[in-house]
Design a protein around this ligand. Sequence first.
Ligand code: PMP
Length: 433
Amino acid sequence: MTDTPQTPDWLQSGYDRIWMPYTQMQTAPLPEAAVRTEGTRIHLSDGRELIDGVGSWWAACHGYNHPHIVEAIRDQASKLPHVMLAGLANEPAFTLAARLPEALGLPPYRAFFSESGSVSVEVALKIAAQYWHNKGETKRKKFLCFRGGYHGDTFATMSLCDPVDGFHAAFQGVVPGQLIADLPEDDTTEAALADLLDREAATLAAVIVEPLVQGAGGMLFHDGETLKRIRKLCDTHGLLLIFDEIFAGLGRLGGMLAGGLADVRPDILTLSKTLTGGTLPLSATLASEDVFQAFQSNRLEDCLMHGPTFTGNALACAAANASLDLFESEGRLAQVQALESAMLPTLEACRGMPGVQDVRGKGAIGVVQLDIGGFDELVWLRGRFVEEGVFIRPFTNIVYLTPAYNIAADDLARLTDAIIKIVPEWAAKFGKK
Ligand code: PMP
């Protein structure tokens, strides 16, 4: 043992070869070396520990290494980690498909499994397009999405993201053009959307929206009425409605589905992130019985033409079943409500501070929006949070928390205290008024 902090051998040698996500690798600081996780703690190679405010891109909803999920993965790994899903069934995938609708408060929907959020949205788009094709309506090939939205990083999902956001601006013209509208949050925007649909509905396969909160677009919230207006317009124009619940679903807003909180049902929905409690890559695309029926025929070409290698992966589905257990056995939704009541009033302390534009949140999401002037300010904030012993990763113009639903009160207080302390430091350093 030495007193000097240890940098593990693999960090620099691997960094010289790995391509990190969303990272300008010429200027980015070396990432922190995480060697162990536990609950809401991330342990670093040099002995420091960080309280996690992000849940690893919003996925680790039960904290890390929950023993019930770890045990389920271990047990499944020793029995059957994976078999292909064509021609072979595995118990965790079939059990998950059977229990998901009831767990989500839905009537029977069909579940198609893939391995990332983006791919589950791709599958949703494919289902919607083929639904119309199978019904002989061959002109319905486009999709309508909303400003502020984000649905993934693959090419088709990129075409559904707000084109002016920083993620995909370089690819305008590369990805297919879709229709984009303002969310119908009031009568004026509803009328504008109705006009657009009057003109374009015959070319559209579906409308896609992140229900109640647009996450990567900047944690922008809208109300259930907005979803009701979208549902009504889809019904009037005979369009399928897709809810991308990858961020908002599975407890994040306090209900098993955001659509359920608003009492609005989509025709197709997508889940990922928290589906395995953030442990293994898995996503699900769920389709209503009506949508599924359009694929039933005696012609092979009417079937869903999709089949990724790892669809229905037994390890990931075992983790997802264990994650669903915890919502019941540990009362997760009640914990989200308690978290909301503790986190949001505390973050209100930031309102009125120099440089603070807004404080908002719902469920297990807390947001402080800042007058951020440039990327250097984000880098400074990220580093300063780590110095303070918390992992909080601001982006665009927000500092936010998406902690584990079961985070302990004192860990949550360390996260909110850090924000309340560091936002004024940022304001003073960068001259905010
Ligand atoms: N949809 C939404 C609403 C998301 O928040 C994300 C991920 N941030 C995705 C889709 C894409 O998921 P993935 O990163 O797993 O491909």
